[in-house]
Design a protein around this ligand. Structure first.
Ligand code: GAR
Length: 207
């Protein structure tokens, strides 16, 4: 079973849904640690309820981003994480050592069909743009903003959404289902999702 480290900065609904899918036997993973940059993140309570160790790594305690990311790498090494799962982690990982050591082992979920609408409030960006379809992207992490090779995408019809909030809520339901599926895929090493081979649209990655 794959050991996963969760990185989250806030609410943690994706983290919670991963825990639910693990309990339901639909996601074959063992969460070993929650790492957060936010000492007030509600995600911390989810970790505590599930007896998962919490490591708070606060940016203000570090002289540089390199030192901050290096601390994260040391924690991941200590917990022997096999997969690093960014679930609403709102900082860009830039540390060269971290990204080298965990190449193709750090994944992120983003609430749009990338490369459309990277960054914050992707759902509002899509709604304000008048999109009829948006969706969810799960991708490998590189030093850019929501820019690494794409692992999995799922479209969401948002044509009936009347507000940005409604759009976000509809996309979130798909996030919750999709993320656990992708983690399960990594754990099993099949690299198929629902019987179909996961596509790497950048063409840079073949697992
Ligand atoms: C989710 O919608 C996630 O896709 C998004 O933050 C939200 C976190 O919610 N992430 C990004 O926008 C990354 N660029 P959660 O804390 O309830 O999982």
């Amino acid at each position: 079973m794959i050991k996963i480290a969760i990185l989250a900065s806030g609410r943690g609904s994706n983290f919670k849904s991963i825990m639910e899918e693990i309990r339901a036997g639909r996601c074959n993973a063992h969460p070993v640690v929650l790492i957060t940059n936010n000492p007030d993140a509600p995600a911390i309570d989810i970790a505590k309820e599930n007896n998962i160790p919490v490591e708070i790594v606060n940016k203000k305690d570090f002289a540089s981003r390199e030192a901050f990311d290096s601390e994260i790498k040391q924690i991941l090494d200590r917990y022997e994480a096999g997969l690093v799962v960014l679930a609403g982690y709102m900082l860009i990982l830039r540390g060269r050592d971290l990204l080298e050591a965990y190449k193709n082992k750090i994944i992120n979920i983003h609430p749009s069909l990338l490369p459309a609408f990277p960054g914050v409030e992707a759902q509002k960006q899509a709604f304000d743009h008048g999109c009829k379809v948006s969706g969810v992207t799960i991708h490998f992490v590189d030093p850019g903003l929501d820019s690494g090779p794409i692992i999995y995408q799922e479209a969401v019809d948002i044509s009936d959404c009347k507000t940005a909030e409604e759009t976000a809520a509809k996309i979130l339901k798909t996030e919750h289902r999709a993320y656990a599926k992708v983690i399960d895929m990594f754990s099993k090493g099949t690299f198929t999702i629902d019987g179909r081979r996961a596509m790497f649209t950048s063409g840079k990655i073949r697992l």
